[in-house]
Design a protein around this ligand. Structure first.
Ligand SMILES: [Zn+2]
Ligand SMILES: [Zn+2]
Ligand SMILES: [Zn+2]
Ligand SMILES: [Zn+2]
Length: 492
């Protein structure tokens, strides 16, 4: 373990521009692993714990990405002529081309000599975030070396591949070693566009290293969450729940809605550790049954969960009839359900998907299963875009139902605040308000209708009375108006 005190000193230097005088956190010895970030006082849910700025940041530039974004300000540029005219092989906008940051990047890459400086190459653009480590100050570089790095066999591949894109790529061992180390730290602690960390429904389009955040340990039910400030790309970390003084502040490296086994595999393979948090030790995942499947015995309506977690291929147990199944057997059920639901998710009609989730899928997969949750999240995302083939009532009832379903699962898991929860609660609130307004309008219409009906009834009554009055008046008048006997007749 790297000494928490040295890490703190380096972090203090990094955070100097915005560190509080009386910070709510300190780096200390963790019960989870090595070192971690601890609360120095009681924190209320929603309170800002710290702000972190990226020590390294660059375009993610994955192979499938469009590459016409400025490598300094990240703004999208017209897709013709966006490459630096100095021949460094980096895309840059005319404003940033004059900035100090680009001057440094430009000098470095020009000296390395890109093979095709006028063609945007994702390998070169992606490497920039890593290569920027070379020009950091010694303290900043020490901070990178202070962070956890998974130095597995693959961590040298990126730099090795990038070297092939330049004529004079550095051969100095020290420089290559800085880059390889940075790649390993980024892979362990960094953010990457298609992030393996939970995006929690947040878009993050860069490759970046936030050093204080990188010191935080993982928990599958994190007690903090983060957002990004658009202008600065700074990260704001807040308390997801109330946190007591001395408690460790945790984040999550995985998606919130994946089952124990998938999370276990991911953390083991990508992050190199086994999580032993309460959720991971509980086969029902706190009663949320996110990995739950139906019993294979068709006469039994029980749910089946992995016997113990922390194994790649556990046996599964039915909670009702106690029948055991092998991992392979249960994975068949899961794969079948995933295939069926994902096929509907990828189809065009949202109405069909909603109908399937509401009426059909429950017959072969419990609605608590993560595949169903993911499908509901994608329905909500599509509804938010508002270009769907559904009528207003279906949109409204689906939004209400799915937002409630998902927040209920979050409650069961004991998940506090998060960007996703805020979004769901906002949608729910809006929908409930809309419904209440509609009901009020309907009640008002009914009241008006009743009033009209009453008036009509009164009018009828009045008419009837008038008619009677008319009739009797007519009866009396008959006599009075009877023509007097014609005198002529009398005379006759
Ligand atoms: Zn720019
Ligand atoms: Zn340049
Ligand atoms: Zn866990
Ligand atoms: Zn059973």
């Amino acid at each position: 373990m790297i000494c928490p005190k040295r890490t703190s000193e380096l972090l203090d230097l990094h955070l100097a521009p915005f560190k509080d005088k009386d910070p709510a956190w300190e780096v200390g010895v963790s019960k989870i692993a090595g070192r971690g970030v601890m609360a120095t006082r009681n924190l209320k849910r929603g309170e800002i714990i710290f702000q972190d700025s990226p020590l390294l940041i660059g375009l993610a530039a994955h192979e499938e990405d469009t590459l016409n974004a400025c490598s300094v300000c990240f703004k999208m540029l017209p897709d013709t002529r966006f490459m630096c005219r100095q021949g460094c092989g980096l895309p840059v906008c005319s404003l940033c081309a004059k900035k100090k940051q680009h001057k440094t990047d430009c000098d470095m890459f020009k000296a390395w000599g890109s093979n095709e400086p006028d063609v945007a190459n994702s390998v070169i653009i992606r490497l920039l975030c890593v290569a920027r480590a070379i020009n950091l100050s010694k303290d900043q570089r020490d901070l990178i070396y202070c962070l956890q790095a998974n130095l597995d066999n693959n961590h040298r591949t990126e730099v090795r591949n990038a070297a092939k894109c330049f004529k004079n790529f550095p051969t100095d061992k020290k420089i290559v070693e800085i880059m390889n180390r940075t790649v390993a730290v980024l892979r362990t602690n960094g953010f990457d566009k298609t992030t393996d960390r939970t995006t929690d429904n947040q878009e993050f389009n860069y490759r970046a290293l936030y050093p204080l955040f990188a010191v935080m340990n993982h928990d599958c039910i994190p007690n903090s969450y983060y957002t990004f400030e658009e202008k600065t790309n700074n990260m704001i970390v807040r308390a997801a729940v109330d946190i007591a003084e001395g408690e460790e502040i945790t984040t999550t490296y995985t998606k919130l809605f994946t089952g124990n086994i998938a999370r276990h595999l991911f953390l083991k393979m990508k992050k190199g550790f086994t999580c032993k948090c309460p959720r991971c030790l509980d086969p029902t995942e706190k009663g949320s049954f996110i990995s739950g499947l139906y019993c294979r015995d068709t006469n039994c309506s029980g749910l089946v969960v992995p016997e113990i977690t922390g194994l790649p291929h556990p046996n599964w147990n039915c909670l009702v009839c106690k029948q055991k199944s092998t991992h392979a057997q249960m994975m068949k059920s899961q794969d079948f359900a995933s295939g069926a639901i994902n096929a509907k998710v990828n189809s065009n009609s949202l109405r069909t998907l909603v109908h399937y989730l509401n009426e059909k899928s429950d017959s072969f997969i419990p609605s608590s299963n993560y595949v169903v949750i993911d499908a509901k999240l994608s329905v909500l995302a599509r509804l938010a875009q508002g270009r769907e083939d559904c009528n207003e009532e279906l949109v409204s009832s689906t939004r209400l139902r799915y937002c409630r379903d998902i927040t209920q699962i979050m409650d069961k898991l004991g998940l506090g605040d998060s960007v996703l929860r805020t979004q769901l609660e906002q949608q729910l609130h809006k929908e409930e308000e809309r419904r209440a307004k509609k009901q009020k309008e309907l009640a008002e219409k009914q009241r008006q209708l009743a009033e009209l009906e009453q008036k009509a009834a009164e009018a009828d009554k009045l008419l009837a009375t008038l008619a009677v009055a008319d009739e009797s008046a007519a009866g009396a008048g008959d006599g009075a108006a009877a023509p007097p006997p014609a005198p002529a007749a009398e005379q006759a």
